[in-house]
Write a protein that binds this ligand. Structure first.
Ligand SMILES: Nc1nc2c(c(=O)[nH]1)N[C@H]1C(S)=C(S)[C@@H](COP(=O)(O)OP(=O)(O)OC[C@H]3O[C@@H](n4cnc5c(N)ncnc54)[C@H](O)[C@@H]3O)O[C@H]1N2
Ligand code: MOO
Length: 403
């Protein structure tokens, strides 16, 4: 299988994926960022009564016409404590924001536009028109109406709306389960003693953070030695535990100890691609066994993170039922750059705001794919298509946001 373009690879891996169908009920506190599985239907009307929008007096608008006459204040309506009587001609009720408007009143006179006389009567100073400062029952929503549609990525506002509609729990799509396995004889976990020729396995943590940010839940498989059986054992476990995705890090290239291709082939993975024409991240493979997706990320830290950003994150988002987002957005070059080679280049870059508010992007000076310090200092990837000609500062370009 030959090397395919970034666009083709995204088409085969991301666009072809269907959201998972498992659902789960979660409390409102856990609902933001989840994808709603069923329409949220209002169980109640909001507000359930005509409510005052201001602190002031509930009265008949006709009683405020000039010349102003004093009105008798016959009671009080506060939020949570309605006035139970009726407002007649020449009468008013002291009222506060959110309180039910008493029967007989058709407007609110705000307290700044009124005076209380020495004997406690109310003297309007301004005329009000009927329904002024009254929020009619159901102005926000009515019982039986759809508040949030199935498939919505729940925003904080949508969660609050569901709460107002009377729902303590919401049915959402389950989060895709993503197994992450680091591979390599040289790897030790952070904090462990690092022997000669060993390094710390760092990529799993960056990849796991991307998975979580995309709506997935990580199953940490730790570190496997460069051993086909050990790696295959992790794959089999991920399958039997119902993981939606099995991700390996490292061993994706062509060296004697690069075993992921061999393991995938031994397990008869239906391959989508083996290599992508991009830099960094060329040795990137993907496929499926039944419903479980497999992604073999390259080992070099920047390669691993770039490939995970471009392919794994949108795959997880798609499995999670989140709406698709475009891969790149427009920016302005902050420096001259040379022509590009045959692979799509993703240059680790920093951003600044231009005078007109546009995003100005400047590649960092070192681009080696082993450099995590450079990757972590970047805010975006400057995306350069294959064979793009040299470009000058001030010209438009495309960038991919880093989480
Ligand atoms: N003859 C060729 N050699 C290489 C090619 C090629 O096309 N022909 N491609 C190069 C490219 S590009 C990359 S990227 C790497 C990717 O190779 P692997 O996926 O097989 O990765 P490893 O060899 O296992 O590791 C590469 C590098 O990354 C370190 N590593 C691995 N895992 C982790 C981890 N979890 N955390 C931190 N660092 C990790 C590993 O120690 C190596 O230093 O292949 C090139 N070679
Ligand atoms: O993906 Mo390799 O990414 O060019 O070091």
């Amino acid at each position: 299988m030959t090397m395919i373009s970034v666009e083709d690879a995204r088409e085969r891996l991301v666009v072809a994926a269907e959201p998972i169908r498992r659902t789960v009920a979660v409390s409102l506190c856990e609902a933001a960022g989840r994808v709603l599985a069923e329409d949220v239907v209002a169980k109640r009307t909001q507000p359930g009564f005509d409510a005052s929008a201001m602190d002031g007096y509930a009265l008949r608008a006709a009683d405020t016409a000039a010349p102003f006459h004093p009105l008798a204040v016959i009671g009080e309506s506060a939020a949570g404590r309605a006035f139970s009587g009726k407002v007649g001609p020449g009468e008013a009720v002291r009222i506060f924001t959110g309180a039910p408007v008493p029967e007989g009143a058709d407007a609110i006179l705000i307290q700044e536009d009124a005076e209380r006389t020495a004997d406690g009567a109310l003297l309007p100073k301004e005329a009000v028109s009927p329904s002024q400062h009254i929020r009619p029952a159901g102005v926000d929503f009515s019982a039986g109406g759809i508040l949030v549609k199935a498939g919505t990525l729940l925003s904080p506002g949508a969660v609050a709306l569901a709460a107002s509609g009377g729902h303590p729990r919401l049915t959402v799509l389950d989060r895709p389960k993503v197994a992450v396995l680091a591979t390599g004889d040289e790897l030790v976990s952070p904090g462990e003693a690092v022997g000669p020729s060993q390094i710390v396995a760092s990529n799993s943590y960056g990849v796991a953070a991307l998975v979580e940010a995309s709506g997935g839940v990580v199953v940490d498989c730790g570190i496997a030695k460069d051993d086909e059986d050990e790696i295959a054992g992790h794959l089999d476990r991920a399958l039997s535990e119902g993981c939606d995705c099995f991700v390996t890090i490292g061993g994706a290239s062509v060296g004697d100890h690069d075993l992921i291709g061999k393991v995938f082939s031994a397990r008869k993975v239906e391959m989508a691609f083996l290599k992508v024409a991009m830099r960094p991240g060329k040795p990137l493979m993907a496929g499926r066994i039944g419903a479980m997706r497999l992604v073999g990320l390259p080992g070099n830290p920047a390669s691993s993170m770039v490939a995970a950003t471009l392919f794994l994150a949108p795959l997880v988002a798609r499995l999670a039922g989140r709406p698709d987002r475009p891969m790149a957005r427009r920016a302005i070059l902050g420096a001259d750059i040379p022509e590009n080679g045959p692979r799509t280049d993703f240059m680790r870059s920093q951003t600044a705001l231009g005078e007109d508010g546009s995003l100005v992007v400047t590649p960092l000076s070192r681009q080696d794919s082993s450099l995590l310090s450079i990757y972590a200092a970047a805010q975006v990837l400057l995306m350069r298509p294959p064979h793009a000609p040299a470009a000058r500062a001030g010209e438009p370009c495309q960038v991919v946001d880093l989480g």
